[in-house]
Design a protein around this ligand. Structure first.
Ligand SMILES: *Cc1c(COP(=O)(O)O)cnc(C)c1O
Length: 389
């Protein structure tokens, strides 16, 4: 059984009395009929359900399926993407170590590295753009233990050359983590390129229905088991059995959803590219996109996330957003529904408009997540809203 769609859609029905979907083991603990029974379970507390902060059968069904689909030795699920990210980073570094991270990582991950680890744990972090291998070579030090990557980055879609970064890291005994939430292992396989660990927010494409917050780590069995024995139970970011079931439910259609997201996003991007009020379209799938050539080498599809720069000011963006009827206004992405968000909204909370102008940040940038609605309707929605700008 090699086809990825088959691995993802097929379940082992024999195990659970013929039930076609996985049962939800809504139980905090598991009992044994003898001293010997529980004693044996403790021989491998990772595989044997004893207590649900350690292992729960519904969560384990999900982990095994996702690991198989990603071609990873093992997988650990967490209650959020951030729980997975912080656990993965802490697995690889101790105080006194140094990290090289790309500068446009997901905001909270960036804050964790830059504010929390640096200040509280004396882990030094150098941020680099990361689109050239020289960025990593120049930033590297004797005490560098980790390269933290996100490609494409979810804010500006920066691309890193994953094989080159992995090779450089290996030659210098440095570990590598990539946030692969955006492309997913359907479109990009970092582990095959030599990256040590993938982290995911499963709240986005993996679950795809905007009804659950979850995250996971994929990697070598040895690393996952170490995290299982330390960061996972200590910080306790445990996924509930019901939420694991929701992720599993959404995950079955991941390849199909991504096909549709990609197809519609390309049509929306091509439409935007020709619109006179749009200064720039940032979609990894477009030939005009800066990182497109590099992306094409290591990705087989481009999913549904993009941004574009409307030739306007804050007032214009406000009109545009308020005129949207099919796109909902909101953060996050990767669900069935189309979403729009303007980064200026959060930026303005901390920075006055004049200063933003001086910084050269364009107020007209809108990020959209292209959902599964009819693409004609999505383009019409944007077109109608742009008329008001
Ligand atoms: C949302 C997101 C995360 C964090 O995931 P949560 O499940 O919200 O904790 C991490 N990385 C990227 C790229 C994201 O978009």
């Amino acid at each position: 059984m090699k086809n990825l769609k088959t691995i993802i859609a097929h379940d082992n029905k024999d195990k659970y009395g013929g039930a076609v979907t996985a049962p939800i083991f809504q139980s905090s603990l598991f009992t044994f009929d003898s001293y010997e029974g529980i004693s044996e379970a403790f021989d491998d507390p990772y595989m044997n359900p004893i207590y649900s902060r350690g292992n729960n059968p519904t969560v384990r069904i999900l982990e095994e399926k996702v690991a198989a689909a990603a071609g990873a030795e093992n997988c650990k699920f967490f209650s959020s993407g951030m729980a997975a990210i912080t656990s993965a980073i802490l697995h690889y570094v101790s105080s006194g170590d140094h990290i090289v991270a790309i500068s446009n990582t997901y905001g909270p991950a960036n804050n964790f590295l830059n504010l929390y680890l640096k200040k509280k744990f004396k882990v030094d972090v150098t941020f680099v753009k990361g689109d050239k291998i020289e960025d990593f070579k120049e930033a590297m030090r004797d005490n560098t233990k980790l390269f933290y990557l996100e490609s494409p980055s979810s804010a500006l879609f920066n691309i890193q050359d994953l094989r080159a970064v992995a090779d450089l890291a290996k030659a210098n005994n440095i570990n590598t983590i990539i946030d692969n939430s955006w492309a997913t292992f359907i479109y990009q396989k970092p582990l095959e390129l030599g990256i040590d660990m993938e982290v995911h927010s499963a709240s986005k494409y993996l679950s795809g229905h905007s009804d659950v917050v979850a995250g996971c780590i994929l990697g070598r069995d040895e690393d996952i088991r170490a995290i299982y024995g330390a960061e996972f139970p200590y910080f306790g970011g445990v996924l509930s059995p019901f939420d694991a079931w929701l992720v599993l439910r959404g995950f079955r259609t991941l390849p199909l959803r991504l096909e549709q997201h990609s197809k519609s996003a390309m049509e929306v991007a091509r439409y935007l590219e020709t619109h006179p009020k749009i200064k720039k379209v940032n979609y990894v799938g477009l030939e005009s996109f800066e990182g497109h050539e590099m992306a094409k080498k290591q990705m087989s599809g481009f999913a549904g996330l993009m941004s574009f720069d409307i030739d306007t000011d804050v007032a214009g963006v406000k009109k545009f957003m308020n005129a949207l009827e099919i796109f909902s206004i909101g953060v996050s992405w990767g669900g069935y529904e189309s979403l729009a968000f303007a980064p200026i909204i959060s930026l303005l909370k901390e920075t006055p408009e004049e200063v933003i102008k001086e910084m050269g940040v364009s107020p007209g940038v809108v990020r959209i997540s292209v959902g599964l609605e009819g693409v004609e309707d999505l383009i019409h929605d944007i077109d109608k809203a742009l008329e008001l700008v």
